[in-house]
Design a protein around this ligand. Structure first.
Ligand SMILES: *Cc1c(COP(=O)(O)O)cnc(C)c1O
Length: 399
């Protein structure tokens, strides 16, 4: 068998046709496909509004901008996540504060969130790690009691549910990524969803340089710059060159080409999710009762989206050795993630150090992500399982 990767996108003829159609049209970017994709995704995740942006990282940045995070503010993030979850706080001049995770699920630990709150804390970013929703009841309770915003980094969890409700409807804002390893792809791409109309407007302004064409947002400072008809409400239908840059924004737009791909991909998401769940169940069965290879725990009240399939290796197994041996045998395993507070940037800038998030740091030594993507076959799962068992036996010694 060829090397089996840990993740792989599916692009079919429908996707290709959808993209080519946009390429043949007049609008390659900022055309009708953006709103169509935003509307379809918002509906799928049970949110009122969505703003498409150029990546999941841009989506996180836009969320922090929208909350008004700035110097002196702290935002609590889990230690086990992709670096971008914390970086977005730094982009705005705020300080990420790392909370530890639950030992069994590796989801942010609400108890530790509570301990890390200070007078400067403004928000919590919950990461639905591997595709499993966090303990939103506990997190919502904390956020409401302490007056904090709750943002969900749902980059792993498009299509997941918590107590019947989809990720996208559980926090004040939820962020998704459409990188090719995620559930659906636009090449690069991201989305922020929210129920708040005022936030949706801020998100859209941020993705296009902080510029507005809506007279409702115009400042009295510019009344002498405007053409006489602009500034009328409702907005005049007369053509106008006028716009204002009211905030410092970026070019974080997603193109129509990409949105067409996203719309086409989203149609296939339900089938792909089902497939991921079947594959996870096959792995679960194969590892049941094996203390050397323990899948992460799944909460009773969730529908997992299985972006990743993560196992925790027994302490008698050296994870580095297992990783090397699996890669040597063509299994594209990976490790998600190096605890973010241990990266040199964070240690230098904020003085974070080992010992701050002991559960995360210990888990990091023992976890490994096995191949998980919808085109993975049952035979390939069996093949992976056999090799994992072989390697565990060879390295750990037979018991
Ligand atoms: C992928 C990912 C991101 C960043 O998304 P990009 O689209 O790659 O910028 C952020 N957070 C988590 C948890 C992710 O997995």
């Amino acid at each position: 068998m060829n090397e089996i990767p840990y993740a792989r996108q599916i692009i079919d003829e429908d996707d290709i046709r959808a993209v080519v159609e946009v390429l043949r049209s007049d609008m390659l970017t900022t055309g009708p496909k953006i709103e169509e994709f935003e509307g379809a995704l918002a509906e799928y995740v049970g949110a009122k509004h969505a703003a498409a942006v150029s990546s999941g990282t841009a989506a996180l940045h836009a969320a922090m901008f929208t909350l008004g995070i700035g110097p002196g503010d702290e935002v609590i993030v889990p230690a086990i996540t992709f670096a971008a979850t914390a970086n977005c706080v730094v982009f705005m001049g705020g300080r990420p504060v790392f909370a530890d995770v639950d030992e069994d699920t590796l989801l942010i630990d609400p108890g530790d969130v509570e301990r890390k709150i200070t007078a400067r804390t403004r928000a919590i970013i919950a990461v639905d790690y591997a595709g499993q929703p966090c303990d939103y009841e506990a997190l919502r309770g904390i956020a409401e009691r302490r007056g904090l915003a709750l943002v969900a980094d749902g980059c792993h969890a498009l299509g997941a549910r918590y107590r019947g409700r989809p990720v996208g409807s559980l926090a004040d804002m939820t962020v998704f990524s459409f990188h090719p390893v995620k559930h659906i792809t636009t090449g690069e791409g991201g989305m922020v969803v929210t129920d708040r109309e005022d936030w949706a407007r801020r998100l859209r302004m941020f993705r296009t340089h902080g510029i507005t064409r809506d007279p409702a947002d115009f400042s009295p400072l510019t009344s002498d710059l405007r053409p006489p008809t602009s500034g009328l409400r409702p907005p005049s239908s007369e053509p106008s060159w006028f716009y204002e840059m009211v905030q410092l924004g970026y070019n974080y737009r997603l193109t129509d080409i990409q949105c067409a791909l996203g719309i086409s991909q989203l149609r296939k998401l339900p089938g792909w999710l089902q497939r991921r769940r079947e594959l996870a169940a096959a792995y679960d069965d194969a590892f049941a009762g094996d203390e050397r290879i323990r899948p992460l725990a799944v909460r009773e009240d969730v529908e997992h989206a299985y972006h990743l399939y993560v196992v925790r290796l027994g302490r008698e197994l050296d994870r580095g050795e297992v990783f090397r041996e699996l890669r040597r045998r063509g299994i594209g395993v990976n490790v998600h993630y190096i605890p973010v507070h241990l990266h040199p940037f964070y240690r230098r800038r904020y003085g974070t150090e080992p010992g701050e998030c002991p559960v995360s740091e210990d888990a990091y030594e023992h976890i490994i992500s096995l191949p998980m993507f919808p085109s993975l076959t049952r035979d390939e799962v069996s093949y992976v399982v056999d090799i994992v068992h072989d390697v565990a036996r060879d390295i750990g010694g037979s018991h």
